[in-house]
Design a protein around this ligand. Structure first.
Ligand code: ADP
Ligand code: MG
Length: 505
């Protein structure tokens, strides 16, 4: 006999202004099952879960719990149906204690007041399940993000729900915490709890899930048994095509030199950085975190002061004292942390793509409103930015689309030298492939690209040459034909021998 079906969500539809987030999506969960929900950023996973959790009301569709139709119109309805949700965004109250957060709205009472001792005792008991070294009296804001997440999970478990939903629960957990979580999930399975588990990580899905439902662009794609399904199949269901040409790159003969950097030092980390850059090439910068790659680019772009060194553009010496100088010479920089440094999250796509954002840097550029619309629309199309309109707020876009907005804005300045710092970090696989195709296209148009990347497959597949850095110096360079992971890693860790030599001096 097959296990009892605990939950059925049928033909759910949810529309946001301009985005159909769920289009006829269905999902069912059995007792003792871990059902994974897989899809790229923006696929609609969290929205589906918020419908189940009573946060959004769908326009169409129905929810059945153990065969009976239910109406979930708020969080309490959802809890009353035996559903507990750990949302992707933490929802704990920072200024309250761990115990107060876990028992919020259902505090144990004595003589009409909250029975603090009892609440703390019960909290300690609950935290024990996880071997957590957290006091029930600690304020949430005093905890690390991982600890907060464990409190959130503990809270969800404390409801003794039949259905438990976890929306990307492991994103900030250590390996040890993940294995605790998985042990707990296995225990809950044995007790007959049904679990919906959202994650991007293939290895986790393979380890913990029984079935996988794949969503794409708000649509239901299919449900498969994990054991019988290969990762290739899951990925192609997720992105809607085979990823045979994941990396797009047309390698060409070396063209003329655009930029030469000679003996650059910053008086702090960087020492004697020299390299040249040619038209239409992608020059990779590899190295471990802290090697100084981003620092080199900041110097190049006039963001950080240089103590020594020369820059030559088309063979002529140039001075770069600030970003405005750099931009006037045709440089563009897409920084590593787009959220902090590059985007106005609460503003529209139009605002973010427009060069008005950059006019603080470039003097003498005047952009009127209709010109701005035109630019925004051009780059939304060119970069295939997935947004209902140029008026959409950038924060609502997926990571990949946010990155495309930043790149698109810079293309509007028609740069000759485009510096990309970790261009695909935090971007899902489909958007990654699109960003590679865009980089290739730009190189074909003759733009010289510098790409800092910590992903070696990306460096190896996309770069004409790679400069490898360690501890503020360039330890070597490799051509496309020469490079492989081992050689790059060897150069990236050269600093041990360097220090030894220095010590011997
Ligand atoms: P996922 O969790 O799979 O990454 P989401 O469910 O968060 O995806 O988002 C699905 C789509 O709905 C995205 O296009 C997103 O931009 C949009 N969306 C999500 N929440 C809102 C909202 N509150 N208002 C408008 N659009 C939203
Ligand atoms: Mg989500």
């Amino acid at each position: 006999m097959s296990a009892q079906t605990l939950l059925e969500m049928k033909n759910i539809r949810k529309q946001f202004p301009g985005v159909l987030a769920l289009d006829d999506v269905s999902l069912d969960v059995k007792s003792g099952e871990v059902h994974a929900l897989l899809g790229e950023n923006g696929a609609g996973k969290s929205t589906l879960i918020k419908v189940l959790g009573g946060i959004y009301i769908p326009e169409e569709g129905e929810i059945l719990i153990q065969g009976r139709k239910v109406h979930i119109t708020n969080v309490h309805d959802s809890q009353a149906c035996g559903v507990s949700v750990i949302h992707q965004e933490l929802v704990l109250v920072p200024k309250m204690t761990v115990a107060e957060n876990i028992f919020l709205g259902r505090e144990p009472m004595k003589h009409g007041v909250v029975h603090k001792e009892k609440m703390n005792e019960q909290t300690t008991e609950l935290l024990k399940n996880f071997d957590l070294d957290i006091s029930p009296d600690s304020l949430i804001e005093e905890l690390t993000i991982a600890q907060q997440q464990m409190v959130e999970i503990t809270k969800a478990l404390s409801f003794n729900s039949r259905i438990l939903v976890m929306d990307e629960p492991t994103s900030s957990l250590s390996d040890k915490e993940v294995s605790f979580l998985f042990d707990t999930i296995r225990k809950l399975k044995q007790q007959g709890v049904g679990i919906i588990y959202i994650s991007h990580r293939m290895s986790e899905l393979n380890e913990i899930s029984d079935r996988v439902t794949v969503m794409r662009d708000g649509e239901y794609i299919g449900t498969v048994v994990t054991e019988e399904t290969g990762n290739d199949t899951l990925i192609s269901m997720m992105v809607g095509r085979q990823l045979t040409n994941y990396y797009t790159r047309t390698f060409m003969e070396k063209k003329e030199k655009v930029l030469e950097v000679k003996n650059l030092s910053d008086g702090k980390l960087l020492k004697n950085i020299s390299f040249d850059l040619h038209k239409g090439e992608i020059l990779g910068f590899a190295g471990l975190v802290g090697a100084g790659r981003s620092e080199v680019m900041k110097c190049l772009f006039g963001l950080d002061p240089v103590t020594e060194g020369e820059f030559y553009l088309d063979g002529k010496a140039i001075q770069i004292h600030n970003p405005s100088d750099a931009m006037n010479h045709g440089f563009a920089l897409v920084p590593e942390s787009r959220k902090e440094e590059a985007l106005f999250l609460a503003q529209s796509v139009k605002f973010n793509t427009s060069i008005k954002v950059l006019s603080d840097f470039i003097k003498g550029i005047f952009v009127n409103n209709s010109k701005e619309d035109e630019i925004a629309d051009t780059y939304i199309q060119k970069m295939s930015i997935k947004t209902p309109s140029s008026r959409q707020i950038v924060e609502n876009l997926s990571g990949g689309n946010q990155q495309k907005v930043v790149i698109g804005r810079w293309l509007a300045t028609q740069p000759r030298i485009l510096i990309l710092d970790e261009p695909t970090r935090g971007v899902d696989v489909g958007a990654k492939a699109e960003i590679y195709a865009i980089m290739n296209e730009l190189a074909l148009q003759g733009i010289a690209i510098i790409m800092i990347s910590s992903e070696l497959p990306e460096v190896i597949n996309m770069s004409d040459r790679v400069m490898v850095m360690c501890n503020g110096t360039i330890t070597g360079s490799l051509s496309h034909e020469e490079m492989d992971q081992e050689k790059i890693m060897y150069l990236a860790t050269q600093h041990d021998t360097d220090t030894r030599e220095e010590l011997n001096d």
